[in-house]
Design a protein around this ligand. Structure first.
Ligand SMILES: Nc1ncnc2c1ncn2[C@@H]1O[C@H](COP(=O)(O)OP(=O)(O)OP(=O)(O)O)[C@@H](O)[C@H]1O
Ligand SMILES: [Mg+2]
Length: 295
């Protein structure tokens, strides 16, 4: 599993590779929790690249409901259809027939959950359903999701029931702004996505930013590891290491010195208070301390 993921651009540690392997083999959703920018969403992307299955992403937010997640009717087009039918006299054999034609598949807007359920054919790769940042959705939506994840069916009252020929691969992610309920957790396998080890982070940076030299990748990873130990409001994730290495490469610096860090801090620190804290304790010390520890 680790090798296959690496071939497709994702460097997972053994525990994540095992969780993924089990989720695929057991046909269970996998809930990934972890700090921001630690590589949760990318897991679904890499699974899609590997399997060739369609990636269906449901980005959760406060107030998301079934019309955004499952399906809704295209009212504007229904209305147009109705007008056209009235003007041409087509479909006026009775109100029943017209109504029937309005609630046909033609006017059904399929959202990610329905597409994941109705989309898997009997052969070919199954879709990868990414339910991203589930902690942002509210309790009702979570309960609704639980229902769908337990039997992979969706009923559209006007059309009937859609049932997955084969269940999709389901990846849920959470940044843990609130706890996901136990009932949903029980349906899923669970994995905490930790920051990578120093060596793995160096490898990720090199993979993602090929123009960054080995020393830059090592220095960036070492300083980022040190910043994570500082208890910042928003510790940098892998995403920030990648951005930072890119920024340094763009500037053409060959290694991390105080001036380079000062100029590129915005690629790795995203809050003013955090930047002030880092500057207050001294950038030179940050760099020299980190480089002694890492690289
Ligand atoms: N193990 C890894 N191998 C390769 N690339 C990685 C790895 N971990 C993270 N990345 C890269 O880091 C970046 C951030 O990853 P991703 O968006 O998946 O994080 P996230 O945990 O979903 O963050 P957020 O919580 O902010 O949504 C992406 O560009 C991703 O490709
Ligand atoms: Mg994400």
């Amino acid at each position: 599993m680790s090798e296959v993921l690496a071939e497709h651009g994702y460097l997972a540690d053994d525990s994540l590779a095992t969780s993924l392997f089990l989720a695929l083999r057991m046909g269970r959703p996998l809930l990934l929790e972890g700090e921001a920018g630690s590589g949760k969403t990318e897991v679904a992307n890499v699974l899609a690249r590997w399997s060739g299955g369609e990636l269906l992403r449901l980005q959760c937010y406060d107030g998301i409901d079934a019309s955004q997640a499952v399906y809704e009717w295209d009212y504007a087009r229904q209305l147009l259809h109705l007008r056209a039918a009235e003007m041409s006299g087509v479909g006026t054999d009775g109100p029943g027939e017209l109504e029937h034609s309005l609630y046909s598949e033609e006017f059904l807007v399929r959202r990610p959950l329905l597409r994941a359920i109705a989309g898997a054919s009997d052969d070919g790769p199954v879709p990868i359903l990414l339910i991203d940042e589930i902690d942002r959705a509210d309790d009702e939506f979570e309960a609704y999701l639980l229902e769908i994840l337990s039997d992979f069916t969706v009923t559209v009252p006007e059309l009937g029931t859609f049932r997955a020929a084969r269940p999709p691969v389901v990846i849920l992610t959470s940044n843990r702004t609130r706890d996901v309920h136990d009932a949903l957790k029980r349906r899923c396998l669970y994995h905490w996505v930790d920051y990578p080890s120093f060596e793995r982070e160096v490898a990720i940076v090199r993979l993602r930013v090929p123009e960054a030299s080995e020393p830059i990748a090592r220095e960036v990873s070492a300083v980022v590891a040190e910043l994570r130990r500082r208890g910042l409001y928003k510790p940098p994730g892998v995403a920030e290491s990648i951005d930072w290495a890119q920024a340094i490469s763009v500037l053409g610096s060959s290694h991390l010195d105080e001036r380079t860090v000062e100029r590129t801090l915005g690629a790795v620190i995203k809050y003013r208070e955090d930047a002030e804290r880092v500057r207050a304790t001294g950038i030179a010390e940050l760099v020299s301390g980190a480089l002694k520890y890492g690289t």
